[in-house]
Ligand binder design. Structure first.
Ligand code: XMP
Length: 514
């Protein structure tokens, strides 16, 4: 990465990625590194500023994460947050102690607005606190610049040396003026110009990809999801017909999704790339016939997908580069970036697929957060329906059909889902609800249509509000909207005579209905 950068040193806090995102919102490029990163590497990167995150430990305990004092003597501004603030004080000769009670939640903080960090911040401002330990005495050379009713040192600084410590969490939106404080640090104290923008990212990436690829051949597995689509367009803009995109239509996509992907990337689309659509629908239906256990279905779809891709790759022959749509949270959550526990082991980080003959992997989105990927997609001219697509599991409708999968059931759930999405959008709720879809229960029951008795399927509607997709609540869709969806599905989708709304939150449920 060229240009100016701020480094976030991660001490295991839960908000580490948020810190980096907020810094980038100030148009300053930012990367997360573990606190175990040697000082030599940090010097090499020559950042304009360093931010120490929070963390679950007590800095005065022997085995707690720490850092060499030299960090504060580099002449690079340092901002410590929560644990990072306490650690800074502890290392530089201040005192940190256990408080009798934890200070937690939204708290009124009185700040010295003469501090550069609090420039333009109100003298009394609401901040998010979450700490047991507190700074009872600041290190020599520091002055106190903020306090609360219970916390004598909510912020302290040694402005001459560019060292700032704050006890609360400016990165969390509950801290009303937090982004302003981070802006004051990176743009004010560190003097960053703020030239990290999506158009410069796009331009620079295209240049870098061209240099790297030369006249080599590039292969990309395109799923139609946001990440792989944006990665593919970047590559297409950079190397055009040296790129081949393989799009496997497994017949478990949304209604018309295969054609939509083809319209953008295929011969009628605007990109000059080699596009291969593999219509493997029947292969997948055959493999899935009679299988109802969800994990088994996932395995079958995953394995078959690799097999189809492998066959196509063999036809193309050896390639030089394989493109993957890895994004920054994948990298951090796999334990490669920061310090957070390994939440999931993403298959596309670290382990390389061994079924395609290639020399090197290209991951053009490896440093971007999801919302930045979307911005890059818009910048690259991708249509909004692709850029703002909801999460969609790799096994697709295969797991949104309870019980065994048949072509007929796929058709039912596709049609019902399309109606549901259309009506949610008509009601103007599509931006509010984070994920929503129709699923097909495996239940048939008796109904009456006209004068006829029916014995048909029940469709389940799912809609959730969530921030991180780890927990979720059922969305409160107005009854008239649900009613309209129900009416349309029953009238328009053959084979359905009942529609139900799933009220379950996560936990105990999952977001998917599988
Ligand atoms: P659950 O159902 O576990 O889903 O609450 C959480 C989020 O993950 C998405 N999901 C997947 N995404 N491959 C994916 O890329 C998958 O196999 C997969 N399974 C679930 C789900 O849609 C939700 O957003």
């Amino acid at each position: 990465m060229t240009g100016e950068m701020v480094i976030v040193l991660d001490f295991g806090g839960q908000y580490n990625q948020l810190v980096a995102r907020r810094v980038r919102e100030c148009n300053v490029y930012c990367e997360i590194y573990s606190y175990k990163t040697p000082i030599g590497k940090i010097k090499e990167m020559n950042p304009k500023g360093i931010i120490l995150t929070g963390g679950p430990n007590s800095c005065y305990e022997e085995d707690s994460p720490t850092y060499t004092k030299e960090l504060f003597e580099l002449g690079i501004p340092v901002l410590g947050l929560c644990y990072g603030a306490q650690l800074m004080q502890h290392i530089l000769g201040g005192k940190v102690e256990r408080a009798e009670t934890r200070e937690y939640g939204k708290t009124e903080v009185l700040v010295d607005t003469g501090s550069q960090l609090f420039h333009n911040v109100l003298p009394s401002t609401i901040c998010w606190m979450s700490h047991f330990d507190y700074i009872s005495r600041v290190a020599p050379g520091f002055t106190i610049t903020a306090h609360t009713e219970n916390c004598p040192v909510a912020a302290a600084e040694n402005a001459k040396q560019g060292l700032y410590a704050i006890q609360f969490h400016p990165e969390v939106l509950h801290t009303q003026e937090g982004t302003k404080m981070l802006y004051n640090f990176v743009r004010g104290v560190c003097g960053c110009a703020g030239d990290w923008k999506m158009d410069s990212f796009v331009e620079r990436s295209i240049r870098e990809i061209r240099e790297k690829v030369g006249d080599g051949k590039v292969l990309c597995a395109l799923s139609g999801g946001v990440d792989s689509s944006v990665a593919a367009v970047l590559l297409a803009k950079a190397v055009g017909d040296q790129l081949t995109c393989v799009f496997v239509d497994h017949g478990l996509l949304h209604k018309n999704e295969g054609d939509e992907v083809e319209a953008v990337f295929g011969p009628e689309g605007e990109y000059d790339l080699n596009f291969i659509r593999v219509n493997a629908q029947q292969r997948f239906y055959d493999k899935l016939a009679g299988v109802s256990e969800p994990e088994r279905k996932r395995k079958i779809i995953g394995e078959e997908f690799i097999r189809v891709f492998e066959e196509e790759a063999k036809k193309i022959g050896a390639v030089d580069f394989l493109v993957q749509g890895t994004i920054y949270p994948d990298v951090v959550e796999s334990g490669l970036g920061g310090e957070s526990a390994v939440i999931k082991s993403h298959h596309n980080v670290g382990g390389l697929p061994d079924y395609v003959d290639f020399k090197e992997i290209i991951e053009p989105l490896r440093n971007l957060f999801k919302d930045e990927v979307r911005k890059a997609g818009l910048e690259l001219g991708l249509p909004e329906y692709l850029v703002f697509r909801q999460p969609f599991p790799g096994p697709g409708l295969g797991i949104r059909i309870i019980g065994d999968v048949t072509e007929e059931k796929v058709r039912i759930v596709q049609d019902a889902d399309a109606i549901y999405r259309e009506e949610v959008a008509n009601a103007g709720l599509d931006k509010e609800i984070n994920q929503y879809f129709a699923a097909l229960t495996n239940m048939r029951s008796v109904g009456v249509m006209g004068d006829e008795r029916t014995y048909d399927y029940a469709v389940a509607l799912r809609a959730v509000k969530t921030i991180d997709f780890m927990t979720a609540e059922a969305a409160e869709i107005p009854f008239e909207v649900l009613n309209k969806v129900m009416n349309r599905i029953i009238n328009e989708v053959k084979g359905v005579n009942r529609v139900m709304y799933d009220l379950t939150s996560k936990p105990p449920g999952t977001i998917e209905f599988e």
